[in-house]
Write a protein that binds this ligand. Sequence first.
Ligand code: AMP
Length: 272
Amino acid sequence: MQAHANLCRKNGKTIVLVPTMGYFHAGHLALMREGRKRGDELVVSIYVNPMQFCAGEDFETYPRDLERDLELARQEDADTVFMPDNREMYPEGFETRIDLEKLPNHLCGPCRPGHFRGVAVIVAKLFNIVKPHTAVFGAKDFQQLQIIRRMALDLNFDVDIIGHPVVREADELAMSSRNSYMTPEQRAFAPALHQALKKGQVLLDMGVIDADKIIRAASEIIGGRPDVCIDYVAICDPDTLEDMKLIDRPALMAAAVKIGDTRLIDNIMLNP
Ligand code: AMP
């Protein structure tokens, strides 16, 4: 992959990277389409990165369908699909970690200790392997996007980081490879997550600017079922991810819930 990237660069091509864990849905394909427009060589990586899964999470059972993914990447006109294996990515003796001081302390960080360290390490490795000029990430994983922006800035990665808006199902559930875990009954309830976030903007439009009140109202929409566990509902500064008490400027409203064994996340911007 590095030799290929070097050759592309020598030939004056610009490289765009779309990192994924595979099991493509329309969200991944939208990122590829965005990437396709932004450079000559579109590289899609597929790698289920063990370092970003915590103990007890779904690393073993994460859905995989390489043949289908390859066909879909081909249809999106990807030039290269990079699919490393664990021994290549983490050979014996691997011991480097990348930790950010503050951004991982919010939202998903406390529920998933070590997750963003794993993300930072794998993205840094992918940047050094694929040597992209541009990389595209989804805003569904808003905290991840901010952490990668910060890391790229702090460590002088010469890569333009592009954020792509959340791609949703017809009922506005954010697309996710993990949606396939849900029973039909859970799937029918799942759009409540986005409805809860939209309630935030409705209340804000009615003049409610107290973040706690909005969080309580949103939690009522998603909680209350025996198989639902709310990890968090938060309203925070979109850059620092620190909690906001009063919504007197644009804010990020984000939530994570477990429906049965399926962990879902979503976010929207609140605009006063
Ligand atoms: P994943 O394969 O889930 O790790 O996701 C790979 C990339 O696709 C990440 O940058 C995600 O943020 C992005 N992504 C996943 N789901 C969506 C979605 N529904 N809308 C936009 N981007 C997404």
